[in-house]
Each structure stands twice: as structure tokens, then as C-alpha cells.
Design a protein around this ligand. Structure first.
Ligand code: OTD
Ligand code: ZN
Ligand code: ZN
Length: 349
């Protein structure tokens, strides 16, 4: 039995760091285990221009713990007013790694997202030309569509037509939650990939709703039926280069989540790597964890994998149940089992 596993240091290809006191509280958890992360731009107000991204990047760097080895990969929030020239300049200077598409109203702080897709055609064409990936929150927002169907309907109604209108555009389907998402990625050989979160590999919709409502498992896209969770597990552990880790770690304080209308998001940054080692071992796929967490993402984004390493060792360790912030505790995602692995070391080169 494998007792120790050393990987190239993982990256997180979808992360919410927030700002201010929350940023300072949550950033150390990610910087401890990950070398890079794609930073989501859904602040209030959102990170829309190159100069917004530069300022946010400076705040993130300033919030890093002393000696941390972590690089934030910035993104811009696509709006109907986004200027293709600003996007191209931010990409050319190395400031941004992707642009994020939120259908208006799809998730937390997505009010400035895109409603009329014809208005972003010019930006998308420019991105295809310069090889800049589009990260997509893939849910329709039509109130007539059942929330459990919104991802599958988005693929047919929005994503597939969009990709046909902009040939060569590199697209990452963020946080896929359905077998339809898995199948759509697998049916396309180039320019398409998907991130998968930690929590969607663990929970299905029963975990949220059966035997009492569990607000800490509520996130968007909402977890689906068991058969979809299984499809995600098979994709993640397959080694297929089109699937990689994006935790979508999305911290909210307990007071913000435990409300009559509570916030969506699971905070998985502190225990993601321990949980993933547990799951991959359970599925007989420990040898595929490095592909999922450390190799496939950089390959898609055209970056080298990290030279440093992260070592996981067999045996459980207590993870704190929450971290403290000025505005209250942020509960750490509870996978419902004690991970049989823990992060034991991180080397630089
Ligand atoms: N989902 N919560 C958040 C974002 C994501 O769709 C997402 O990327 C958030 O709080 O920013 C969530 O449940
Ligand atoms: Zn999203
Ligand atoms: Zn997210």
C-alpha cells in the first residue's frame, strides 16, 4: 500500500479569494498547498478592466503570508461593455490568464454578467485570435428552467452555439456537475476542457436536502443526482487531460450562509488535497491525482507544470472545522468522512 505520494505542486484553476479581511483570512489556506490559482473576478464591484485586475493582484500579493510561494493568475469579468483592446493589452502584458463569462444572474455577484451574447462577439473573436481562454459559468438563468437542468440546457442553448460562432476559442467549462458536461467535453478533441470541484466529487443533492437541510453544502451549480457525481468521479480519476481541478472554494461567513436566503459556496481550500487523495485512493487511481491536480491544468493554459512538489502522507490529521474572520467564522467543507491522507511537506524545486 502506498504510504506517501509526492506530486508536482498542484494549482487551483478556479478560486474565490474575495477582498479585504476575508482575503487575508482565506489566502493562507490556498497558498499552503497550491502554487498558482485562477482568481475569480466576482468582487463587488467586479474586476472588469485591466487596471482593476492589476490593483486586485497587488492586494492579493500584499495579503500573502511571509515567504509564501504562490502566484495569482488574474481574470477579467466579461460584461457587455468589455473593450477587446483592453483585454488584449492585459493579456499581452502577462497580467491576465483568462476572461470569465457569467450569464447575468447565474451565481453570486453575477448581476453585471452577459445577457445579450451578440454584444460580446468582438471580445470573443479577439480572445480566439490571441489564444486567451474563456472560463464559463455554464448555467442558463431562465427562471422557467429547473435549477437541476440549467447546466445541460446551457450546453445546448448557449455554449455549443457560442463555440460555433467563435471557432478556435479556448473554453473552460467551470465546475461541471453533470454527465452531460462530461460528455460534451469528451466529444470535443480540442479547445475545450472542464474544471471539477472537490465538493462535487463528494456530494450529491441528497447530501444537501435529505434528513435536514445542510446550508454548507449549498453551492452553485447545485449538486445533482448520484449518477452525475459518479460521472464526475470517473472523469476526474481517468487521467484525461481535458479534466482538471478547480476547487471553486467560495468562502462565506456562517452568518451569511445560515440565513432564510443563504449564500451559495463551499469553502474547500484547506482540505481539498487531503480529500482528493482519499477519493483517488478509494477509486484505485492515486496514480492519476497528479494529472488532475498538477499537470492537466497547466497544459491547457499553456504553462509549464510547477517544479516544486507537494507530499501527501497516509494517515488522518485534524483539519480545523472553520477559520475565523472579522465578520464571523467560515466553515470548512465537511466531506462526511475523515480523509485518510494529509499534506506532509512542500518543497521548492
Ligand atoms: N458558486 N458561490 C460562488 C461562486 C460559485 O459559480 C461559482 O463559481 C461565490 O460565492 O462566489 C458558488 O456557489
Ligand atoms: Zn460559477
Ligand atoms: Zn466559482
Amino acid at each position: 500500500m502506498t504510504q506517501e505520494l509526492t506530486l508536482r505542486t498542484p494549482d487551483d484553476w478556479h478560486l474565490h479569494l474575495r477582498d479585504g479581511a476575508m482575503l487575508r483570512a482565506v489566502l493562507p489556506s490556498t497558498a499552503a498547498h497550491f502554487a498558482r490559482a485562477i482568481i475569480m473576478p466576482n468582487l463587488v464591484p467586479p474586476v472588469v478592466t485591466g487596471s482593476d485586475a492589476a490593483a486586485y493582484r497587488t492586494r492579493i500579493i500584499a495579503a500573502l503570508p511571509e515567504g509564501a510561494d504562490f502566484t495569482p493568475l488574474m481574470t477579467l469579468y466579461l460584461t457587455e461593455a468589455t473593450d477587446p483592446a483592453d483585454v488584449a493589452a492585459a493579456h499581452a502584458s502577462g497580467l491576465i490568464s483568462a476572461v470569465k463569462l457569467y450569464p447575468a444572474g447565474a451565481t453570486t455577484n453575477s448581476a453585471s454578467g452577459v445577457a445579450d451574447f451578440t454584444r460580446v462577439q468582438g471580445v470573443l473573436e479577439k480572445m480566439a485570435e490571441i489564444g486567451l481562454p474563456l472560463c464559463v459559468h455554464g448555467e442558463v438563468t431562465d427562471p422557467d428552467i429547473d435549477i437541476f437542468d440549467r447546466e445541460a440546457v446551457f450546453i445546448d442553448r448557449v455554449l455549443d452555439p457560442l463555440r460555433k460562432r467563435v471557432p478556435g476559442l479556448k473554453v473552460v467549462m467551470e465546475h461541471i456537475t453533470t454527465s452531460q458536461g462530461v460528455e460534451y467535453v469528451k466529444a470535443n478533441a480540442t479547445d475545450l476542457a472542464a474544471t471539477i470541484t472537490t465538493h462535487h466529487l463528494v456530494i450529491n443533492r441528497n447530501h444537501i436536502l435529505a434528513g435536514g437541510i445542510r446550508p454548507h453544502y449549498y453551492c452553485l451549480p447545485v449538486a445533482k443526482r448520484e449518477e452525475h457525481r459518479v460521472a464526475l468521479r470517473i472523469a476526474a480519476t481517468s487521467g484525461d487531460a481535458r479534466f482538471f481541478l478547480g476547487t471553486d472554494s467560495a468562502p462565506h461567513t456562517d452568518p451569511a450562509k445560515l440565513q432564510p436566503c443563504g449564500c451559495a459556496g463551499c469553502f474547500t481550500a484547506p482540505n481539498t488535497m487531503a480529500i482528493l487523495a482519499h477519493l483517488f485512493e478509494q477509486d484505485g487511481a492515486l496514480d492519476k491525482l497528479e494529472a488532475f491536480a498538477s499537470l492537466n491544468g497547466p497544459a491547457f493554459y499553456g504553462l509549464p507544470p510547477n517544479n516544486s512538489t507537494l507530499t501527501l502522507t497516509k494517515g488522518s490529521r485534524d483539519t480545523p472545522s472553520h477559520i475565523d474572520t472579522q465578520d464571523g467564522p467560515v466553515t470548512v467543507f465537511d466531506p462526511g468522512f475523515v480523509p485518510g491522507w494529509h499534506v506532509s511537506a512542500r518543497s521548492s524545486c
